[in-house]
Design a protein around this ligand. Structure first.
Ligand code: HEC
Length: 108
């Protein structure tokens, strides 16, 4: 009996790492990518969102975080490697970028 319990405990520990599925990992990373969550600007599923509205020289201007769940992998990777204006830069590994892309494209 004791051996059996020990074995159960051992199995539990050795499989603990695989408890988080690829889907939940990529979802977590999307809202917590070691920086401001992508969801804060691009929306919960990458659908895009207006992040600010302001007036400049009497004109109403909207600052938009574009939709990112319908773009090619190349465009996605490129945008993350050199973000242009408002978007922060992230120190993401290629695997993390893969996961984010996976999350955004598995939501349809
Ligand atoms: C502070 C708001 C903000 C955050 C946070 C943010 N982005 Fe962005 N993102 C933008 C804006 C604004 C653009 C439009 C280009 C620019 O201004 O940099 C953009 C552009 C992009 C593009 C290029 C889209 C295209 O069609 O060219 C991708 C891909 C992207 N973001 C992915 C992400 C991912 C993934 C994260 C999280 C790791 C993230 N962004 C976090 C605001 C944000």
């Amino acid at each position: 009996m004791r051996i059996f319990l020990f074995l159960l405990l051992f199995l539990h520990i050795s499989f603990a790492e695989t408890y988080i599925t690829k889907n939940s990992y990529s979802e977590l990373l999307y809202s917590n990518p070691r920086g401001v969550g992508c969801n804060k600007c691009h929306g919960e599923f990458g659908e895009g969102r207006v992040i600010a509205k302001y007036k400049h020289k009497e004109q109403n201007i909207e600052l938009v975080a574009p939709r990112i769940n319908n773009i090619s992998k190349e465009k996605f990777v490129k945008a993350l490697k050199n973000s242009k204006s408002v978007m922060p830069n992230y120190p993401l590994t290629p695997e993390e970028i893969d996961s984010l892309y996976h999350f955004l494209n598995s939501q349809k």
